[in-house]
Design a protein around this ligand. Structure first.
Ligand SMILES: [Zn+2]
Length: 404
């Protein structure tokens, strides 16, 4: 039986529940399956995910592509000592890069809000269209009238409706189609989506710790309990087995396997939350009006410094992407491209220079890995690419453009 990963303890149950509900509402069965594994195992090696899900690598990546594009899923590459490899004469152990996946819970909350907002917007615009639609037509001059103009047409003596121009009696416009009451649709939407709204409200005041936004690799007991060569690179760059690790640098997760935060650690995500820690439920919940997370990186730093409770700090730049997305849909004219910088997300906690964070599959030129910046600074690299590499590069560019 699969043992649920202890690193998962710091993710609140209601947040996990929200992600599960959301996936079932908006995504395919395959996505639900993968996310379910990722909810149980906070940060999972691609090979382990393949073993658990029973998809092959190609299938898995195709499924992951959607949720990765929507920033629900994040990945990172970690270099780990190659299993079974011996150190060379200089004491250097050969390393292999592994791809890890984890759920980006913070972005997911915003994704859900965004989706619900768009759905509501669509229903409301349908409602507007309905009320502006012509419902009467003059058989003579073909003038059309909406429901709201009936007062101009009504002849109080006969009680009939006559055309303003030619005084012919107007007819109901059958071409306008059957009218669905959009208020019913909106009410139905509110009812059906209520569980997600409730779950969202419960997760409103969650404070995200650095390990919640960028977790350490999970140890999948179910797969590796009888294997000794599975190692993990700790936060200090030391290579340890999971069992050692939990005793040493596992403060964030609680050494005894409980969510063991000490009381003085207080991470402020939003100024509003700081002022009123316990929000009372209002008529119009504030998450409908405001995003829970709208802050500049400097503000994060300022908060952390004044609180002076712990360092280092993990900076999340990508939240702005979602806010940008929201803003872009409101005002399509002011679209400002953001510089794409996967390394900006590099975690300051990770002291080890071996650990490389990339947000997508590695870009290569003639088999050698390059970062996106390297390639964009040196266009000649693109010409040296093989056809497959150029395609991968194009695909990466297209994905990046999709977020702007
Ligand atoms: Zn007429």
């Amino acid at each position: 039986m699969e043992v649920e990963d202890k690193t998962n303890d710091e993710i609140p149950e209601n947040l996990k529940r929200l992600v599960r509900i959301m996936l079932r509402a908006f995504y395919s069965f395959e996505h639900c399956l993968i996310i379910d594994i990722l909810i149980r195992n906070r940060c999972i090696k691609e090979e382990d995910l393949i073993s658990l899900s029973k998809f092959d690598k190609k299938q898995l990546r195709a499924i992951l592509a959607t949720i990765k594009m929507e920033k629900i899923l994040k990945s990172k590459t970690l270099a780990e000592p190659t299993p079974g490899a011996e150190a060379d004469e200089n004491g250097v152990v050969p390393k292999t890069k592994y791809l890890y996946y984890f759920i980006n819970y913070r972005t997911t909350i915003n994704i859900i809000k965004f989706k619900l907002h768009k759905m509501r917007e669509k229903i409301e615009s349908q409602e507007r269209d309905n009320s502006n639609r012509a419902s009467f037509i003059c058989p003579m001059c073909k003038n059309t009238y909406t429901d709201l103009q009936v007062d101009q047409l009504l002849d109080p003596m006969s009680g009939k409706l006559f055309c303003c121009y030619c005084r012919t009696e107007v007819e109901e416009d059958a071409s306008a189609g059957p009218k669905t009451d959009s208020r019913t649709v909106l009410a139905k939407f509110n009812t059906q989506i209520a569980p997600i709204y409730d779950a969202l409200r419960e997760t409103e005041n969650i404070e995200f710790t650095p390990t919640m936004t960028d977790p350490f690799p999970s140890f999948v007991h179910y797969l590796h309990s009888d294997r000794d060569d599975d190692v993990f690179v700790g936060s200090d760059g030391r290579v340890t087995r999971k069992t050692d690790k939990q005793q040493n640098d596992d403060n964030w997760r609680g050494g005894a396997g409980r969510p063991g935060f000490s009381d003085d650690i207080n991470i402020i995500i939003d100024h509003e939350d700081k002022v009123k820690e316990t929000k009372v439920a209002k008529e119009q919940p504030s998450w409908l009006v405001n995003s829970t997370v709208v802050k500049k990186d400097e503000d994060y730093m300022a908060d952390f410094e004044t609180e002076n409770t712990f360092k280092p700090v993990r900076l999340e730049t990508e939240m702005e992407d979602i806010d940008d997305l929201l803003r872009t849909t409101e005002q399509p004219a002011i679209v400002k491209p953001k510089p794409v910088n996967p390394r900006a997300q590099k975690d300051p906690i990770e002291e080890s220079s071996e650990d490389e964070f990339i947000d997508s599959e590695a870009l290569t030129v003639q088999g050698k890995e390059y970062s996106y910046e390297d390639i964009s600074e040196d266009p000649s690299l693109v010409e040296k690419m093989t056809e497959a590499e150029q395609n991968a590069y194009q695909e990466y560019m297209t994905q990046q453009m999709a977020y702007m």
